[in-house]
Write a protein of this length. Structure first.
Ligand SMILES: Cc1cc2nc3c(=O)[nH]c(=O)nc-3n(C[C@H](O)[C@H](O)[C@H](O)COP(=O)(O)OP(=O)(O)OC[C@H]3O[C@@H](n4cnc5c(N)ncnc54)[C@H](O)[C@@H]3O)c2cc1C
Length: 381
């Protein structure tokens, strides 16, 4: 983006304009495609349009702040488009970062145009927050390479994705040190999966690995170094989960402003009631605070600052918790209409819950923040 970069407290003019264009695109071009999709299924026409608009490309060429602006602006107008875009990034960033030339050439052009669907498969039934405890076994195959045996669970885009970034235990060391990352095409023999029905309207499922053959050419990076690949990916995406939440909070806030200013009751409008107006003021203040914290964390990432883990965790924590509060308050101030199937707030109420759990639950973010704070105290002694 040209000129006028973001200062500590405000976006530049070009950035504001870009966000405005993205909000308009998401409402006019992406929302109609999202509405034609089936809840819980991958929406390929929507992905193709994200590719056509050049937005998937931006996921791989943008810095963290631009990624946040992209996710926030899309979320404002169309959460399905936002999520489809973010999942391409999450599933394919490990290929960009650690893949071989051949893997990149084969998959990334198709990911960028929305013709190949990517997924990031880390979590398992018995290893969620404690991801280093993952148990999917990469057993040495006497014929060469490994055989993957086990399960993954709650994998976005599964089982419909075209390839999976899979984290499995090759056993070079205990815990995180014995994990390798593999790129597994969906048509590899022995790989199966089931869709899962979740509260959020997002495609998600489980994967079953029944002796899936993988070789050195399928590794993403070195054997035994896969956990680093997973953590680097999550570190980049963490502030942008906060941006997704801010986009939802801003949509809920704007809907509430319009509704309370127009809804008549007790001889005036709802906004004439001080209890209502003060609640809207509180929603706006908390949303603004979350937005600034997200931008600050993303800016720190782009500068390569040393305190990124703390800032990213704070941003994800505050933004996702704030969005939950704001959407809930928005439902309250709309009354019954917000709970009607198909209403924006009914949709946001379902969307807003999961980000407090995935990519590190709120409690895990607090643990990271506290560890960083006490670590810095120790280093200063
Ligand atoms: C909509 C959705 C999409 C997802 N997509 C993906 C995906 O694409 N790929 C993927 O690999 N995974 C994905 N996940 C899984 C997600 O990463 C896990 O749900 C998450 O890591 C938490 O793991 P868990 O659900 O097993 O909860 P657990 O680890 O069992 O934790 C349960 C709860 O215990 C508490 N807790 C956990 N750890 C701590 C701690 N250290 N301190 C204090 N309290 C704690 C928290 O309240 C937490 O919510 C997705 C999940 C959802 C809901």
């Amino acid at each position: 983006m040209r000129g006028c970069p973001m200062t500590g407290f405000a976006l530049g003019v070009d950035q504001e304009e870009w966000c405005g264009r993205l909000r308009a695109l998401s409402a006019q071009r992406l929302r109609p495609l999202a509405e034609k999709g089936e809840p819980g299924r991958v929406n390929r026409p929507l992905l193709a349009e994200l590719g056509e608009l050049g937005l998937l490309e931006r996921v791989f060429t943008s810095g963290a702040l631009e990624l946040c602006l992209l996710r926030e602006s899309l979320a404002y107008g169309c959460t399905e488009a936002e999520t489809a875009l973010a999942l391409q990034g999450l599933g394919a960033y490990p290929v960009l970062r650690a893949g071989s030339e051949e893997q990149r050439e084969r998959w990334l052009p198709r990911v960028r145009t929305g013709r190949a669907v990517a997924a990031f498969a880390l979590s398992e039934p018995a290893a969620g927050s404690d991801a280093a405890a993952l148990a999917l076994a990469a057993e040495p195959d006497p014929a060469g390479g490994w055989r993957l045996v086990g399960e993954k669970c709650w994998i976005s885009n599964a089982p419909e994705a075209d390839f999976y970034t899979v984290f499995a235990r090759t056993g070079e060391g205990p815990g995180a040190r014995g994990v390798s990352a593999f790129l597994v095409p969906a048509d590899r023999e022995g790989l199966g999966g089931q869709p899962l029905e979740m509260l959020s309207p997002h495609p998600i499922g489980s994967l079953r690995f029944d002796g899936v053959p993988v070789g050195p050419q399928d590794l993403l990076g070195e054997a035994g170094r896969g956990f680093r690949v997973a953590m680097d990916t999550l570190n980049l995406f963490r502030p942008s989960v906060g941006a997704f939440a801010v986009g939802m909070a801003r949509a809920a806030l704007d809907a509430t402003l319009a509704h309370t200013a127009g809804r008549t009751a007790f001889g005036g409008t709802l906004s004439d009631l001080q209890a209502v107006a003060h609640r809207v003021a509180e929603m706006a203040t908390r949303t603004e605070a979350a937005r600034l914290l997200v931008y600050a964390a993303a800016g720190a990432y782009d500068r390569g600052a040393a305190d990124v883990p703390r800032r990213a965790a704070m941003a994800k924590l505050l933004a996702t918790e704030t969005a939950q509060y704001v959407v809930d308050q928005a439902v309250q101030l709309h009354g019954a209409v917000a709970l009607q199937r198909g209403h924006l707030l009914e949709h946001l109420y379902r969307e807003v819950r999961a980000p407090r759990i995935y990519e590190g639950a709120s409690e895990v973010q607090r643990t990271i923040i506290a560890k960083e704070l006490y670590g810095a105290l120790g280093a200063g002694r």
